[in-house]
Design a protein around this ligand. Structure first.
Ligand code: AQP
Length: 336
């Protein structure tokens, strides 16, 4: 008999339009993993409200994000695809796990420090306990692997620490998850400021490419991308962050190695290079944009996908939550 497939959980918060960073750093890898693993891919809307959101926009983006998952190649039959707030077990487990998480360890999370700096007028408790909800997302499904970018690695580590603590107190309950970090394209930087990450919630100006951007806008952003005062296309993250970022993007879009790219543009200026990167991204995103537009015309189909996804996720989640409630000493719930 075949060994059971390992399980993967991952999600993206609909805090802005999906970017080229979300695609290269997360979704592209998810697509590659769906054959080999048993995957749950979630739109984590509960995480999005740690930063103030416009309600109508959040609702729209949540559905658009689900449509974009499918348009990028995620198959709703093979994967469980759903919206986090549709499965109450995420919030329920999060409360329990919060009682097994230390104030000190949450205070050390770099994302909390970053986001507190950026949202100084709204440093809410949700922003602080975000990693506990993320631990619940992962541990509910007994996920073995969590594909994340470098910046989220610390959150998977804390999920592991919480799981370990709980298992030590009550006997084996949770699988200890491992971060799964892709070898290339792990971090896509802003085109306008290659020292900062390309982020969904910072989409002003030409630094950010969104999956639904039109070809002209994409080409314009790449033409304006910040490089350096040399003219040589060479991968050197420290001294040439702009060019190295463009090489990472070009490599992810075309499958070419950094060496191939250096050879292709040897003796040619940055103008040619930037145009080639822009064109490769236009072609990469064209089918995603067209398919998303089609899917968004069929809201009934999307509703069918997220309803079925939530049903399948809730079934798996209830098994873990029942076990946890029993172990911590809650009286078995009556049917109400
Ligand atoms: N620029 C990026 N390069 C590589 N990977 C990225 N990811 C996001 N941006 C990049 C990866 O996408 C996954 C989901 O991200 P998320 O939305 O849950 O959290 P995030 O990393 O905080 O994303 P953003 O775009 O920066 O959102 P905001 O601006 O709202 O905080 C993760 O695996 C992440 O690494």
């Amino acid at each position: 008999m075949d060994a059971p497939k390992k399980r993967i959980f991952s999600g993206i918060k609909p805090s802005g339009n999906l970017t080229l960073g979300s695609y290269i750093g997360a979704i592209k890898n998810w697509v590659a993993l769906q054959d080999e693993y048993d995957c749950l891919y979630c739109v984590v809307d509960m995480h999005a409200i740690t930063v103030r959101q416009d309600p109508a926009l959040l609702r729209r983006r949540t559905l658009e994000q689900l449509a974009q998952y499918i348009a990028c190649g995620l198959d709703p039959e093979r994967n469980i695809m759903y919206i986090q707030s549709h499965v109450p077990a995420h919030a329920e487990l999060s409360w329990v796990l919060g009682c097994y998480t230390m104030f000190g360890e949450l205070s050390r999370m770099t994302q909390f420090k970053d986001k507190s700096r950026k949202n100084a007028d709204n440093i809410n408790a949700g922003l602080f306990t975000y990693p506990v909800l993320m631990a619940a997302d992962i541990l509910l499904y007994q996920a073995d692997l969590v594909p994340v970018g470098e910046d989220q690695k610390q959150h998977v580590e804390i999920a592991r620490d919480i799981a370990n603590r709980f298992n030590n107190v009550y006997s084996q309950t949770f699988t200890l998850p491992e971060p799964f970090i892709p070898k290339t394209g792990a971090r896509v930087m802003s085109l306008a400021d290659p020292m900062s990450k390309m982020s969904k919630s910072e989409q002003d100006g030409d630094g950010c490419i969104c999956l639904l951007d039109k070809p002209d806008d994409i080409m314009r952003a790449f033409k304006r991308a910040v490089t350096d005062s040399e003219t040589c296309v060479r991968f050197d993250k420290e001294n040439k962050p702009g060019v190295s970022n463009l090489m990472t993007i070009y490599s992810a879009a075309t499958g070419k190695s950094f060496e191939d790219i250096e050879n292709e543009f040897a003796g040619r200026g940055y103008g040619d290079f930037k145009a080639a990167v822009g064109e490769s991204v236009v072609e990469l995103l064209r089918p995603v944009r067209e398919k998303t537009e089609d899917l968004l015309k069929n809201k009934d189909y999307l509703e069918q996908i997220y309803t079925e996804g939530a049903r399948r996720a809730a079934f798996l989640a209830s098994k873990t939550l029942d076990k946890v409630y029993r172990k911590v000493g809650f009286v078995k719930q009556p049917r109400i």
